[in-house]
Design a protein around this ligand. Structure first.
Ligand code: GDP
Length: 293
């Protein structure tokens, strides 16, 4: 995960951590390297700028350089700020009077349908009774795909024979409610690009099912583009959190490190493979440790 970024940061911080004495020049040099590493990892320019400025100001301003373990302290500073950049501990989903509705949104190919099934499995393992509603009527194969995934993990999937996604979502929800399920995950249509029609449809589906959680699924492999998608969604559909997918691939890290700073919304889950149990609750602190080795 984020191998190149990880290697580069580890190299820089390794030197820093081993340094017997640190002066301002050494800090500046390390910060330049961190800046380059982040930019090459496709982290948003402004985010990089603020991050590096923040670390530098803290490193130079807190009497750190006078201490014996100055290098270690700066390394810790980078770790903590990196964790902070990716969020605070607000990765939990909201649950209300059952059934709690979770609306899954995102572009086609982001991993939305797979993630819906993964989330259902994750929630069942926590003792919930989840169901899946197919409201992605753009791609007929998507409904079959969801049914197939549901079968694999023995989670009910509700489909309605209609070309109206709002009706499919509303009816699916009603039936799931009738079956006594307490969490209903609604898989919505994605398109290749954010467009008005997609947003209108999503807004209507959202108004029909009144989700307590709206999750935006973003493909981490697309780097900064994922963050652009998040911004475009945010202008039309308020989402509560992000699921970053394909973190097992050679994603460079840009999306993971920028999305919280740009949208203010936390990453709640990370998807790390195609298998249905490859969904992890996102912990910024652990992710920072993973990146820094
Ligand atoms: P949707 O169009 O957004 O519903 O996307 P799908 O759920 O159909 O996923 C698109 C492709 O990405 C499928 O081949 C999935 O198996 C794959 N995929 C989804 N999540 C992950 C992931 O975390 N890692 C990897 N390697 N592949 C994933």
């Amino acid at each position: 995960m984020f191998d190149t970024l990880s290697d580069r940061l580890q190299l820089t911080l390794g030197d820093l951590g081993r340094a017997k004495r640190l002066d301002e020049d050494a800090v500046n040099k390390a910060m330049r390297e961190i800046r380059l590493a982040l930019l090459e990892a496709d982290v948003n320019f402004q985010v990089v700028k603020d991050f590096v400025a923040g670390v530098k100001a803290a490193a130079l301003g807190e009497d750190i350089l006078k201490g014996l373990d100055a290098g270690q302290q700066v390394v810790k500073l980078v770790h903590d700020r990196l964790a902070e950049l990716m969020g605070s501990g607000d990765s939990k989903l909201a649950f209300g009077r059952p059934p709690t509705v979770i609306l899954m949104t995102g572009l086609q190919g982001s991993g939305k349908t797979t993630t819906s099934a993964k989330l259902a499995l994750h929630l069942r393992r926590q003792g919930k009774r989840p169901g899946l509603v197919a409201a992605d009527l753009q791609r007929p194969a998507a409904i079959d795909q969801l049914e197939q995934l549901g079968r694999q993990i023995a989670i009910p999937v509700y489909r309605t024979d209609t070309s109206d996604p709002v009706r499919a979502a509303a009816e699916g929800l009603e039936r799931a409610k009738g079956d006594g399920l307490d969490v209903v995950i609604v898989d919505t249509a994605g398109r290749l690009h954010v467009d008005e029609a997609l947003m209108d449809e999503l807004a209507r589906v959202r108004d029909a099912v009144k989700p307590l959680n709206v999750l935006l699924v973003l493909d981490a492999m697309t780097g900064q583009e994922a963050v652009n998608v998040a911004e475009a969604f945010q202008r039309r559909i308020a989402f509560d959190g992000v699921v970053l997918t394909k973190l097992d691939g050679d994603a460079r890290g840009g999306a993971a490190l920028s999305v919280k700073a740009i949208t203010g919304k936390p990453i709640k889950f990370a998807s790390v493979g195609e298998k249905l149990d490859q969904l992890e609750v996102f912990h910024p602190d652990r992710m920072a440790s993973r990146i820094l080795g």
